[in-house]
Design a protein around this ligand. Sequence first.
Ligand SMILES: [Zn+2]
Length: 352
Amino acid sequence: MRNFRKMMISGLAVAAAVLMLSGTAFADGVIIAPGVTIPSHDTSSMGPGPGGPGAGTAGTDTTANVSDGQQTEQQSGQPAEQTPAVPAETQPAAEAQGPAAAGTEAQQTGEQAQAAAATDEASLIAQSLQDQYRIFPTADPNIVISRGRKIDVTKPLLALTYDDGPQTAAGNRIIDAFDKYGQRTTFFMVGDRVPSRAAEVQRMAADGHELANHTYSHTYLNKVGAETIRSQVQKCNDVIEQTTGIRPRIMRLPGGNRNDTVIANVAMPIILWNVDTRDWDHRNTAKIVDAIMGKVKSGDVVLMHELYDATAAATEIIVPQLVEQGFQLVTVSELAALKGVELAAHKIYYSF
Ligand SMILES: [Zn+2]
């Protein structure tokens, strides 16, 4: 703990005052950089909102109709190990005070300020795991705290995403791979699969990964009417919230399939992708790795599927390689926010 604390004390004395939690300093929509704000959408209303039919559909998309709906695995939910949240320092300055004869009053004050700064950073990291849609500024304009770790906004940011889960066997391997390197990912989940795999989904949330909506039954929404579209989206949000306490804020259309009725009735930001590994098709680890390594750039959104062992194996290979290359793996909501994009309902996004 002492070494950890020393690591955390890195010239952040000035940050102490900045980072003191006043209750108002980090309101929703907090500014993390000039022009960059974190949106706080209310996705509870499922009715058509601003934007209307066809809003945000510009852009070339040749990847619709992807058959990403294979759900043949028969894994039942298995208990997952809960990874504890980053512990908050609860004894500020206690070690820094030391014997009164150890230094001057000024030195003691400086040490206490450093300890306070470290304590505040640790508590912000812990708080960011609880308040997962907020990004917390630090005294360093290039560093923010989000979902339980620090992010350097000057480095490349990449969102790897996994559809069609939860699927406990591959899912826990994927979570392990991200957690091992302090990285984050996004799971677009099918609602009716969640209750029997609750422990895995709760682990995703506890570890800071993003829980996202992929409809309740993996329904191709272009094949159904407005009422079903709305219920498919809402029921998925409901079951994830009931399981974890966290309501998704983004969704992905099964197969990418849509029409004007779909766009008008999906009252959430719609996240597609700009890099397709086609893992559902070949289920080949080397091909998945090859589709990503050397081909991705900052702002990209990569499509994979949680269902396959080949995808889990590829994840175990690519996460350390991407980190070595300087990429920071972030959730889709983080990627949008850090790229200055305010996500809006009824709009489609491919990359940021
Ligand atoms: Zn799917």
